[in-house]
Design a protein around this ligand. Structure first.
Ligand SMILES: NC(=O)c1ccc[n+]([C@@H]2O[C@H](COP(=O)([O-])OP(=O)(O)OC[C@H]3O[C@@H](n4cnc5c(N)ncnc54)[C@H](O)[C@@H]3O)[C@@H](O)[C@H]2O)c1
Length: 403
């Protein structure tokens, strides 16, 4: 099998994928990273031909070329680079979100449709072992058709409680205008929403949202960034198939978890708060498939061969980081459209953006456009509103907080 030549834009989070590349017949050939302090020992690790670039256009010209670029620069600046790769015929695996404005979403869809290369969203949470088990049970059909589902990504700030409450910056938000200091709670929706869309196949069409907060508006909330102030966004999505999702966006309340629950008309499945690896599967009394109890609690087991590979890859996010690379490379090699394609990705981004607008307007319902349709693209192609500072010095055009 031909080895895929892979480049990485932004060596923060995406460094976590490097071991998985080598376990999946790929080589890491170049990186583009503006922080030159990270250019340390890379040629010793990845060979004399390895390229370190601070300029993206130079990176694209790396001798020998690249088949795939993994995009992991600042959260709100992925779309421009993804589009440039697609224009050059290079496959893209982009960290989430795919786009931070509605206009970027339209441009990204148009670029992906024009390109011979594939766009894949680099979201990982649906590949966690519990989520894959929920997907298996749901797809096998015994729960019936989804009516309601919940996704909760609750990630209180890292470090001691005292330090979290008293620091305006940290390694994760190292300068004042860093995206994490202006991240509306609805914008980090991917980890609560993607698993639900992946498991059920439902697509959000309308959203409404409220913020949860309890800080002093003048001092802000240092734990999540002094400007953001909202601790969570509670989002409701009405979907194309009649079902409803309830999501937290990025929440920060005591006792972290990543939990999901899928309710069909016959039964429901969830992973359990505080015991995320455990599954609770329940059917209406007497409606369980033949030979099964109506209530079961169990921990899904991983195939031992896969478990060894996940360990070798570093284990990130319960094996989800490794599986993300496996699934993406499979789609690229076979030329088969990936589930997390550009429409899946931009729908998720629209939920992030439109839910924030709903929250700012006191919970008013907002539509989620379908960027397969030209009329929806035209409606949003000039919508550049953003709550973030740009690396080019541009300023936010909407507030990041409900305060
Ligand atoms: N899926 C997950 O589990 C997960 C976990 C963490 C982060 N992420 C995502 O990964 C992305 C990156 O996260 P992070 O924590 O590393 O962010 P970060 O802001 O800490 O780091 C971004 C890195 O990109 C570099 N960079 C920024 N702009 C660049 C440019 N134009 N050219 C070259 N390099 C550039 C920065 O120097 C920095 O090293 C974000 O979108 C984040 O949401 C995903």
């Amino acid at each position: 099998m031909k080895k895929l030549r892979v480049g990485i834009l932004g060596l923060g989070r995406c460094g976590a994928f490097i071991k998985s590349l080598y376990l999946n017949d790929a080589v890491f050939v170049a990186t583009c990273e503006t922080n030159e302090e990270l250019n340390y020992g890379l040629k010793e690790l990845y060979g004399d031909d390895f390229g370190f670039y601070t300029d993206f256009e130079e990176f694209l010209k790396h001798p020998g070329g690249m088949d795939v670029v993994i995009i992991g620069n600042f959260f709100h600046e992925h779309a421009y680079y993804a589009i440039r790769c697609l224009e050059e015929g290079i496959h893209v695996i982009s960290e989430c979100l795919s786009n931070a404005t509605m206009a970027e979403g339209v441009a990204l869809v148009r670029a992906a449709e024009k390109s011979k290369a594939m766009y894949i969203l680099g979201e990982n949470y649906q590949y966690g072992t519990s989520c894959l088990e929920m997907a298996r049970v749901y797809k096998e059909g015994s729960l019936g058709k989804v009516l309601f589902a919940e996704g909760e990504y609750n990630h209180p700030w890292l470090g001691s409680l005292e330090a979290s409450r008293n620091k305006k910056t940290s390694a994760y938000r190292s300068f004042e205008t860093h995206w994490r200091n202006y991240l509306p709670r609805t914008y980090y929706v991917q980890h609560s929403l993607s698993p639900l869309m992946y498991i059920t196949g439902s697509t959000p069409r309308t959203v409404t949202a409220f913020a949860a907060n309890n800080c002093d508006a003048t001092t802000g909330d240092l734990m999540i960034g002094p400007n953001v102030k909202d601790r969570a966004a509670i989002i409701l999505c009405k979907n194309d198939d009649g079902s409803v999702f309830r999501l937290t966006g990025c929440a920060s309340f005591g006792a972290s978890d990543h939990v999901y629950r899928i309710c069909g008309d016959i039964g429901q499945i969830e992973n359990i708060r505080g015991m995320e690896h455990k599954i609770l599967l329940r059917y209406e009394n007497g409606w369980a498939p033949k030979g099964m109890e109506s209530v079961q609690m169990y921990e899904p087991q991983i195939d031992p061969v896969e478990a060894e590979l996940i360990e070798k890859a570093g284990g990130g996010h319960d094996g989800a980081d490794y599986r993300l690379i496996v699934e993406a490379f499979k789609a690229i090699r076979e030329g088969k459209q990936h589930t997390l394609d550009v429409y899946f990705a931009t729908t998720m981004s629209s939920v992030a953006i439109q839910s924030h607008r709903s929250l700012l307007a006191g919970g008013v319902p907002m539509e989620i456009p379908d960027f397969r349709k030209e009329e929806d693209r035209i409606k949003y192609e000039n919508d550049h509103d953003t709550p973030f500072y740009g690396s080019d010095g541009s300023k936010p055009t909407m507030p990041c907080s409900s305060y």
